[in-house]
Design a protein around this ligand. Structure first.
Ligand code: NAD
Ligand code: GLY
Length: 358
């Protein structure tokens, strides 16, 4: 097992990455927070696969444990769903020492974190991510949110978990499409901060696609370390944390304009990274070689690299709604070299248009 630390003063916590960790989570949670009780929030299908394994560890610590199921899908990240859970917690007389445990992907993690950050003005919560995307990205860093019809992730709080437990065993049941969505975020981490990780992905893509244990543990732990170091520098995204959004400005526009159904978030980000690289090249920031390596790596992992049939003008319109947009200027995260990135506050619409058509 690899143990990483995210250093955020009194909000610091550990990220544990390894195999067979679900059963032991009860022990670690008991040592860190001494809960009066635990409420595990998960989807029915995840409960069936891993609920018993996880809750038996809490029972062994004599911690009263309940499991709350929410339906799968992005629509569960809603205030309506949060209200239902608040009511259950109140009915069960959950106090401030109640620990909420998110068992699932980013949907469960974001929803549970939001509830933990707001129920009784904050109760402790634990992230037990079961998708690759959640293990390398959403479970670390304390961004929590629910959606509104006019915008995704628009209602939320920064609220850090007390512990992250990434059990690689859970990835065995993950559909391949979801696995690849997580790979996209790992590629992103290589591009923004770590040329060695990027080169490792270039060399090892076949092993990673075959779920090789050692390669997987290495890229998950390295990704978590990169994310942790970015969050340590700028927890509340006042500036530097925006680098984590490489590929997301265009990716979010693709997701929004295709109704959040054609692509997984990771696939949209994969296409977004290719076009962000093209834009970087067009604005003289990176060489053709950098764009080519990013495109080739994404292709090698079987992720999409081409924009669907969308109008550049509609995409630009959608980008104005991005949370990073400031003073009506579309902000881009552009690449200078593999492992080196720049936050660019404004790019002319004509150049964005050219990149999207290129
Ligand atoms: P998800 O949570 O919807 O999970 C994808 C699917 O995989 C679901 O159907 C889920 O039930 C299933 N699943 C989960 N674990 C499984 C397993 N081990 N075996 C089989 N099936 C499993 O999607 P996601 O990609 O994990 O997360 C996407 C969400 O994360 C979005 O809402 C996005 O906004 C959010 N996000 C948040 C952050 C952050 O920093 N907070 C970062 C990135 C993404
Ligand atoms: N996924 C972007 C962030 O955590 O800031």
């Amino acid at each position: 097992m690899k143990r990483l630390n995210i250093d955020l003063a009194d909000r610091s916590y550990e990220i544990l990455v390894g195999r067979g960790l679900l059963e032991k989570a009860g022990e670690w949670v008991q040592a860190i927070v001494k809960p009066s009780r635990v409420v595990i929030i998960t989807h029915p299908s995840i409960n069936l696969l891993y609920g018993e394994k996880l809750s038996s560890g809490f029972s062994r610590q004599d911690i009263p444990t309940r499991i709350l199921e929410v339906p799968e899908g992005e629509t569960s990240k809603s205030l309506e769903q949060a209200e239902k859970i608040y009511d259950h917690l109140l009915e069960w007389k959950c106090d401030r020492q109640t620990v909420l445990v998110a068992l699932g992907g980013g949907v469960i993690g974001d929803l549970t974190g939001f509830i933990a950050g707001t129920y009784m003005r904050g109760v402790p919560f634990i992230q037990i991510p079961t998708t690759l995307l959640a293990q390398v990205d959403s479970s670390v860093g304390g961004k929590t949110a629910v959606n509104r019809p006019l915008g995704k992730n628009m209602i939320g709080v920064f609220y850090q978990p007390k512990l992250v437990v990434a059990d690689l065993e859970t990835l065995k049941s993950l559909p391949e499409k979801e696995y690849k969505a997580g790979i996209a975020e790992i590629i992103k981490h290589g591009v923004i901060e770590d040329a060695q990780l990027f080169e490792f992905l270039e060399r090892q893509f076949q092993n990673i696609l075959a779920h090789d244990t050692e390669a997987l543990e290495h890229i998950i732990a390295t990704s978590c370390a990169i994310k942790a170091s970015v969050v340590e520098k700028d927890e509340r995204e006042s500036h530097y944390r925006m680098v984590l959004n490489f590929g997301h400005t265009i990716g979010h526009a693709i997701e929004a304009l295709t109704g959040y159904s054609k692509y997984t978030h990771g696939e949209a980000v994969a296409i977004g990274m290719v076009y962000a690289a093209k834009l970087s090249q067009l604005t003289g920031r990176c060489s053709q070689d950098v764009t080519q390596r990013i495109t080739d790596l994404i292709k090698n992992f079987g992720l999409p690299t081409q924009l669907p049939d969308l109008k550049a003008k509609d995409m630009i319109q959608s980008m104005y709604l991005d949370k990073k947009t400031a003073h009506k200027k579309i902000r881009f995260i552009l690449v200078k070299d593999i492992g080196s990135i720049e936050i660019v506050d404004h790019v002319e619409e004509t150049i964005i248009q050219e990149a999207l058509q290129g």
